[in-house]
Unconditional design. Structure first.
Length: 306
């Protein structure tokens, strides 16, 4: 019976997406030659503006120091060296492994907690009836309207009161507070897109509410859950403001704080900075390459149904 329920749910979601595609693709819009030229030129310019900084980061990370500071700058390196990467992985120069480990621990724990908390919270907003549900759901999202700088002082006071200054858990709690409103909104929209009849059929078969969540709703909502995990991971991985305020001990620095310390030194070692920046971006790139399908589906389908 459970397999039938999951199959019906998957077919329903697929049918809905195919219906939107059929409607949007039913009529072709005829464009003139000049409109096509402007369109493709705009795409080329957008790609150039987006990809050239990344290309320059890669090129600078493998250039010798003499080529980096030469005028005019060299767009194609004549000589390639890996000395900057060796310096980055040298504990005496830049403890990249320590910063990477701290960032990874904070990002994974924050993303995992955000998914767990947002799953139950969003499900209650989407399915359960209780007094004040609408007020709570709108109030949580309203918190996201406040700029992060406005929350620095209150969150710092809470961290001091808990005795978590200069610790990784202070950032986990802070990033969870930052990302939870959007996580609730994204998952709530997706849960509403799951037909309630599927859950009712499962409960008629004797499943409890928790069993329905874990065995029916969550498998059907995998794209949204992956999207929430990636979104939270990215926020925690790249965040600088709160980390620069809460952390003082170099042993607990995250990668953004370590890169800032490296770039603000007496000597601007651009080769090492670019090498460290490239290594910092690799986890995000890998996640996008392997999970892009689920993230796009989770964001677009939840947005359409919401």
């Amino acid at each position: 019976m459970l397999r039938t329920i999951l199959r019906v749910g998957s077919e329903t979601a697929s049918t809905t997406i195919d219906g939107f595609s059929a409607v949007l693709g039913s009529n072709r819009i005829e464009t003139s030659l000049w409109e096509q030229i402007v369109f493709y030129v705009s795409i080329v310019l957008t790609l150039f503006i987006s990809l050239f900084p990344f290309y320059w980061m890669v090129v600078t990370s493998v250039m010798p120091d003499g080529a980096i500071y030469s005028l005019p700058p060299t767009l194609v390196p004549q000589e390639i060296t890996l000395d900057h990467y060796r310096s980055v992985f040298s504990p005496e120069t830049f403890p990249f492994v320590t910063y990477f480990k701290n960032s990874l621990i904070i990002s994974v724990i924050t993303a995992g907690l955000s998914v767990v908390v947002a799953t139950f919270g969003a499900y209650s907003f989407a399915r359960l009836e209780y007094p004040g549900r609408g007020l709570f759901s709108r109030g949580v999202l309203m918190v996201y309207m406040f700029s992060g700088i406005l929350l620095v002082v209150p969150l710092f006071q809470v961290v001091v009161w808990l005795g978590w200054v200069d610790s990784l858990q202070s950032l986990v709690i802070t990033y969870l507070v930052q990302t939870l409103p959007v996580s609730l909104y994204m998952l709530g929209n997706y849960f509403r897109s799951v037909p309630a009849e599927i859950e009712e059929a499962a409960m008629m078969d004797g499943y409890s509410r928790l069993e329905v969540i874990f065995r029916v709703t969550l498998p059907l909502s995998a794209p949204a859950i992956v999207a929430v995990f990636i979104y939270t991971f990215m926020i925690a991985w790249n965040e600088y403001l709160f980390a620069s305020i809460f952390l003082r001990n170099q042993a607990v620095y995250t990668l953004p704080i370590g890169l800032d310390a490296l770039s603000s030194g007496f000597h601007q070692v651009w080769g090492q900075i670019m090498a460290a920046s490239l290594m910092t971006s690799i986890p995000i790139i890998v996640m996008f390459v392997y999970l892009e399908k689920y993230m796009v589906e989770g964001l677009t389908f939840g947005a359409v149904e919401g």
